[in-house]
Design a protein around this ligand. Structure first.
Ligand SMILES: O=c1ccn([C@@H]2O[C@H](COP(=O)(O)O)[C@@H](O)[C@H]2O)c(=O)[nH]1
Length: 224
């Protein structure tokens, strides 16, 4: 079976990202590049990382009016990432236009509720303090808009999968048992997330901040 771990290379330094990717490349299934990397290295950096030969997940979490998001996706041009993120809260028209603008081979997935937020955070931004209900609402919206899937925590993925059996489910906020949680609030172990229906797992610091990233990736892989 394919390796379903995408390593999040959250660094602005191209050389560091390349070095980390080379070290873990045989123990992960893909590379996730986020805003930090993209703003520092742009399209050139993505091309350089693609040379490593693993699928690229471009986690830009686009969130704007439909026209702007569609144009931004068109501007990515030949990068053709395997996966691209937008925010579900941009609304149905934005999601539809994002999918229409994306290359045919790119999965467009919508962030439902950041894994760094809990019920209290939701209340503080004027939402009902119920992450599960909000993720279900956003899952229905994403499905109705015709995109490929969603990003949610491992705590919601089983219910989201039931709602959308053919959806593609990206799960960050994944930590090995007893791993440092950091700024993540809705966290599960890699095994739990996969058993609950995750299509891929996004794992950053548990691998990239380890003394031996290669060993950390192998140890995580051994639990799956
Ligand atoms: O809800 C979300 C959406 C995206 N992310 C991203 O995943 C990684 C997680 O990194 P860790 O170091 O394993 O915490 C990071 O790039 C986030 O931008 C997320 O965590 N939650």
């Amino acid at each position: 079976m394919m390796n379903r771990v995408f390593v999040a290379l959250d660094t602005p330094k191209l050389a560091t990202a390349k070095e980390l990717a080379r070290r873990v490349r045989h123990h992960v299934g893909g590379i996730k590049l986020g805003l930090e990397f993209f703003l520092a290295n742009g399209r050139h950096g993505v091309h350089e990382m693609a040379e490593i030969g693993l699928p690229i997940f471009l986690d830009l979490k686009l969130h704007d009016i439909p026209n702007t998001v569609a144009k931004a996706i068109q501007a990515l041009g030949d990068l053709e990432p395997a996966i691209l993120t937008v925010h579900a809260a941009g609304g149905r028209a934005m999601l539809e236009d994002a999918k229409a603008a994306a290359p045919a081979g790119t999965k467009v997935v919508a962030v439902t509720m950041l894994t760094s937020l809990d019920a209290q955070d939701m209340a503080s931004i004027g939402l009902a303090p119920d992450p599960h209900a909000q993720v279900m609402r956003m899952t229905e919206l994403a499905q109705a808009a015709g995109i490929d899937g969603i990003v949610c925590s491992g705590a919601e993925v089983a219910a989201a999968h039931t709602l959308w059996p053919r959806g593609f489910f990206v799960v960050p906020g994944v930590r090995p048992a007893n791993g440092a949680v950091g700024d993540q609030k809705r966290v599960v172990t890699p095994r739990t997330a996969l058993d609950a229906g995750a299509s891929i797992l996004v794992i950053g610091r548990p691998i990239t901040s380890a003394e031996d990233p290669d060993m950390a990736a192998r140890e995580i892989g051994a639990t799956l």
